[in-house]
Design a binder for this molecule. Structure first.
Ligand code: AMP
Length: 185
């Protein structure tokens, strides 16, 4: 099963991806996590990535796409994977479609986790990640609305979008996801 989790920063994508990954025994692929790992290596690429991540800007498509494609081609993705944080714009979505088409492994379902703005801001403020300052949070939410939110329509038109009410405890949200996956399966 190949899944994409969509939703604003703070919608709970990471938490749900972790839980679904355990449940289905398929890897959770977070491009944010992969990029943070590169940053920790302090390579020239890592330093370039840090400039963007720390400002709440998107890292270039070229870098994120290469990292993503490398990851989904690994053997542990043969039975499926859960994408969290990729794609982030329409170009990345087209890239993903082509890359997975070449692998003969199309995406099955896109889950859009929907949460009210007030909940998102509360969650982000309580998360204590290095790039979670009030300013970068506002910036990431603006970028989300402008370049990432159009993906909802993109996947809706491809007829693979499922909307999930993300307001509730992590357990409740996972349960809603499992119920809806059972319905679409
Ligand atoms: P996340 O952990 O998904 O919130 O991502 C943290 C940061 O990593 C984002 O604010 C971006 O700077 C960067 N990032 C993660 N995924 C992508 C992506 N698909 N394209 C561009 N930048 C990304």
């Amino acid at each position: 099963m190949r899944l994409i989790l969509l939703g604003t920063p703070g919608a709970g994508k990471g938490e749900q991806a972790t839980r679904l990954s355990k449940r289905f025994g398929i890897p959770h692929i977070s491009t944010g996590e992969l990029l943070r790992r590169e940053m920790e290596e302090r390579t020239p690429v890592g330093r370039r990535i840090a400039e963007f991540v720390n400002q709440g800007e998107l890292v270039s498509d070229e870098i994120t796409q290469a990292i993503l494609e490398d990851r989904v081609r690994r053997e542990d993705c043969a039975a499926g994977f859960i994408l969290d944080g990729f794609p982030r714009n329409l170009r990345q979505a087209d890239f993903l479609k082509e890359a997975l088409h070449r692998m003969n492994a199309p995406v099955d379902v896109v889950l859009n986790i929907e949460v009210p703005d007030s909940t998102v801001i509360d969650r982000l403020i309580n998360r204590h990640r290095q790039d979670d300052t009030p300013e970068t949070i506002r910036h990431r939410l603006r970028i989300y609305r402008k370049v990432t939110a159009p993906l909802i329509d993109y996947y809706d038109r491809a007829d693979i979008l499922t909307r999930i009410d993300g307001d509730g405890s992590p357990e409740e949200v996972t349960q809603r996801i499992l119920t809806s996956l059972a319905r679409t399966a």
